[in-house]
Structure formats: structure tokens, C-alpha cells
Design a protein around this ligand. Structure first.
Ligand code: UDX
Length: 463
């Protein structure tokens, strides 16, 4: 397509897998519509540009001129996530401003900046100084974004100091969430978390528009809610990864082939795929409960145990000796997989997930039922929607996990006795396909988005 020809979009992703993936998928969507894309990326977690030949990458250096990169010092890896994001925002604020100015100076055809909602403070001033329009990408679901938007109200009503006795109470301000589903996280810096979350919402409301990786049929009520409270246009154009076969390029390693061969040998819809995304970590005792539960369920499983996933250990050494050998071919432990390929494999019967938004959407698109063990923030909200609203999964609370409960849930989800979960999965999968057809809602919103961005003056804020 020619639409965006000659126009450049600058993108600024947050440097974590769950945020970078959707930004790159969005970049491919814009590229497909004729725009060229430059990605400003932090020196921290800088990706290999050779994997993304369609785009220009520029490194944003850290602000310790001549000194050590503050993001790679040894104590940083053990920081809590909120403190880490605070440091990230501080470290790259000024370097981002300079990088954006350099890019805009170099290119006269820049029509807007698309940035991850979490960056807000870094981007607002810099973009406005340069007269560049800001479009926000929210990488989470819209329901959880609405819950973030309600945080000030929920704080006033004293919901945020969560008391054990109220966990199962419905929060009438954000139904169907219960107190335990509120998007909070364990952190030493609760005020900073509140600031990041509320900043995201303010930043989105003061931007030129919000792009969401969701689709109308999935989050209609939440989209109506956000639209009614915000003056800016909202573009639900997801699922991003399904546009024009928008699969990220991956270099297949030997382990991927071994995994596929193993999946090929399993019965249809028999395998439990277990993965808790790219950030969550668990304790040794939780690893043991999951391991025994999987073993006792006697179902084949594919389990992603990232190095560092189990606090204080390298990989699987916390498992009893001989455990992996005894499992034999019945189960497979890997450090990382191509999740999109795994979920699309006919042998996969259920996804035991932390309910990160990408994982949730990827599972919906393949019609795979979920076992929901959320770990922090938006994952609690996603889990409630998966279980109670879309009815495509079963809850397995982290605090209630024990061998017996795990075994019960795993057996019931694979046995298909459930209450229509598989039928609902098939229906939602179909609806995700429909929204991407030429006359589907996401395609129509994408056309609107392209026209909207095309209407921006290059390098100039519209009045
Ligand atoms: C985080 C948050 O948890 C999530 O809720 C938020 O919306 C985005 O940032 P993360 O925890 O990593 O992301 O989870 P998720 O959103 O599910 O993203 C993980 C991504 O990594 C998915 O796209 C998944 O396909 C990919 N992945 C994960 C792999 O490709 N292989 C793996 O082995 C594990």
C-alpha cells in the first residue's frame, strides 16, 4: 500500500519482551500501510536489528556519560519491578529527549511518535518541545487500563490497602472485579507504582490518540467505558500479531525443533503448556508444587522455566534429584519457546498462564483454554475476564496452589468435562478472525488510524 509513503513514524517501546513484541507488531502493521518506521530503543535490552530488517533502529544511550550503564549493574537484576521502571524512566529521560530531537532534525517527514504508555513523563515534554504528535500504545487489555484509571477513586475508598477479609468482595466501581483482582503489585515502592499507573492514564488522555491491542467484540464494554471518559480517539486494532500473518521473525534453534518434534508425537489437545511470560518469578516451594501437580495429573506437559524464573536458582536444580529423568518423555522442560507456534500446535490442549495480556490474546486467537495463575497488576484483571466474562478458563490462585488442587484443575480442563469452556474458546477464536476481515472492526479502525496519522502535519503539532 502507498498510503503512508514518505511519512515516518518514530516508535519508543518499553524494553521488555511483553511490551517490545506488540510495538514491533504494530510497526509491521504501519510498514505494511506504507509508513517507514524508526525505533528509538534504550541501550538496555537493545535488540538485534538484523532480526527486524524493515526498520531503522537507533540506540538511546544511558545518561551516565562515560560511566557504567546504571541498568546493567549487578544489584539492578534483583530490584523490584517498580523500582526498576523508576530507574529506567530516570536513566533515559534526557537521552530520549536528545535522541528524539536528533531524529526529528534529521528527518523532515516525521508525522508522529508512538510510545509505550509507561514512558509517559519522558515523552510528553520532549515531543511537545519539538512539535511532534504523540500516539500512545497500551500493551495491556482495555479492561485493566480502565481499572488503572479507577485507581484514584479506589484509593479514596480505601480499597488499595487490601485486607484479607475483603478479598472476595465485588468492587462495585469496577465490576466484575473483586478486591483480589485489583491491578496492584507487591513492591517496596507502592507510591511509585501508583504514580506510574495514574501517569499512564493521564498521559493517554493528553495524547493525540490511543492504540490498543484488542478487538471490539472482546472488550466492547471496556472500550465504551474508556471512550466515554477520554476525549482522545481510541483505536482497537488488535490482535496485532494476526494482521497479515504478522508473526515476528525468529531464528529457529535446535531446541525449537526438538520441542516441535516432541509436540508432533503427542495426542491432539492433550498437552498442558505452562509458561508465566517473561517477567514473573516464583519461589522454590511453588516450583515444587507445580512440578508435582503436573506429574500427578499424568498429562503430558511442556513447561517453560526461564533461567531466573525460580528466585535464587539457575534453572531446575530445586527439583528433587531424578525428577526430570523420571518424567522422561511425558513432560518437557525448556528455557524459552516460540509461544505462537506452540499455542497453534494441535497437540496443545490447555495453557497454564500468568495471564499477561500478550499470552491471553495469543491463547484466545488459537482457541486454547487457560488455567489462570496471575502474578501481578493487569494479570489479575485479565484472569477475572478469562474466567467470569469470556468463560474460557479456570482459576488456579497462586496462594491456593497445592499438589491436589493443581491435579484437579489440570485433569478437569483436559478432560473437556468443563462447562462449555472449549465451545467459548472456539467462538472467541472465530470472532478474533472476523474482526480482521476487510469489513471487520479492527480493519475499519486501522483504516481510521492510518487516515488520522496521515492528517498530522509532518514535524508540527496540529492546533
Ligand atoms: C508483561 C505483563 O506481564 C503483561 O501483563 C503486560 O500486558 C505486558 O508486559 P509478560 O509478563 O512478559 O509481559 O507477559 P505477556 O504479556 O504474556 O508477554 C510475553 C510474551 O513473550 C508473549 O508475546 C509470548 O508469546 C512471549 N513468550 C513467552 C515467548 O515467545 N516464549 C516463551 O517461552 C514465553
Amino acid at each position: 500500500m502507498e498510503e503512508g509513503k514518505g511519512r515516518k513514524i518514530i516508535m519508543f517501546p518499553l524494553p521488555f519482551v511483553g511490551h517490545f513484541n506488540p510495538m514491533i507488531q504494530l510497526a509491521r502493521i504501519f510498514h505494511h500501510r506504507g509508513f517507514s518506521v524508526t525505533i528509538l530503543h534504550t541501550s538496555f535490552n537493545f535488540p538485534d536489528p538484523s532480526h527486524y530488517p524493515l526498520f531503522t533502529f537507533r540506540t538511546i544511550p544511558h545518561n551516565n556519560a562515560g560511566g557504567e550503564d546504571p541498568m546493567t549493574q549487578p544489584d539492578v537484576s534483583s530490584m523490584d519491578l517498580v523500582a526498576f521502571i523508576r530507574l529506567l524512566r530516570q536513566t533515559y529521560a534526557e537521552p530520549f529527549r536528545q535522541s528524539l530531537a536528533a531524529e526529528v532534525g534529521r528527518e523532515k517527514t516525521v508525522c508522529c511518535l508512538v510510545y509505550d504508555a509507561v514512558w509517559v513523563r519522558n515523552t510528553e515534554v520532549a515531543a511537545e518541545e519539538l512539535g511532534i504528535r504523540r500516539m500512545v500504545l497500551i500493551t495491556q487489555g482495555v479492561a485493566s487500563f480502565c481499572a488503572f484509571a479507577a485507581l484514584p477513586l479506589l484509593r479514596d475508598k480505601n480499597y488499595l490497602h487490601i485486607q484479607a477479609s475483603r478479598l472476595h468482595e465485588l468492587v462495585t466501581e469496577v465490576p466484575p472485579l473483586k478486591v483480589k483482582d485489583l491491578p496492584v503489585m507487591e513492591t517496596n515502592e507502592p507510591e511509585e507504582f501508583y504514580l506510574i499507573a495514574t501517569d499512564m492514564v493521564k498521559g493517554a488522555n493528553s495524547s493525540s490518540g490511543v492504540i490498543c491491542n484488542t478487538f471490539e467484540d472482546l472488550e466492547r464494554l471496556s472500550l465504551m467505558d474508556i471512550s466515554s471518559k477520554s476525549q482522545v480517539p481510541i483505536f482497537p486494532i488488535g490482535p496485532f500479531h494476526k494482521h497479515n500473518d504478522n508473526v515476528l521473525p525468529t531464528t529457529k534453534n535446535i531446541e525449537d525443533h526438538v520441542t516441535t518434534n516432541w509436540l508432533n508425537k503427542q495426542e491432539p489437545e492433550s498437552v498442558i503448556y505452562v509458561s508465566f511470560g517473561s517477567l514473573a518469578d516464583i519461589e522454590e516451594k511453588e516450583l515444587l508444587k507445580i512440578a508435582w501437580g503436573l506429574r500427578n495429573s499424568e498429562r503430558p506437559f511442556l513447561w517453560v522455566v526461564r533461567p531466573g524464573f525460580v528466585r535464587g536458582t539457575e534453572w531446575l536444580e530445586a527439583l528433587p534429584s531424578g525428577f526430570v529423568e523420571n518424567i522422561g518423555q511425558k513432560g518437557k522442560f525448556v528455557k524459552w519457546v516460540n509461544q505462537l507456534e506452540v499455542l497453534a500446535h494441535s497437540a496443545v490442549g490447555a495453557f497454564w498462564t500468568h495471564c499477561g495480556w500478550n499470552s491471553t490474546l495469543e491463547s484466545i486467537c488459537e482457541g486454547v483454554p487457560m488455567i489462570c495463575t496471575p502474578c501481578f497488576t493487569d494479570q489479575f484483571v485479565n484472569a477475572r475476564y478469562i474466567v467470569d466474562v469470556w468463560r474460557i478458563g479456570i482459576e488456579l490462585e497462586r496462594t491456593k496452589m497445592d499438589k491436589k488442587e493443581i491435579e484437579r484443575v489440570l485433569r478437569s480442563i483436559i478432560s473437556k468435562e468443563g462447562d462449555g469452556i472449549r465451545e467459548m474458546c472456539s467462538e472467541l477464536k472465530e470472532r478474533a478472525n472476523v474482526c480482521l476481515r476487510k469489513d471487520g472492526s479492527s480493519s475499519k479502525y486501522l483504516d481510521k488510524l492510518v487516515n488520522y496519522v496521515m492528517s498530522f502535519d509532518s514535524n508540527a503539532l496540529a492546533s
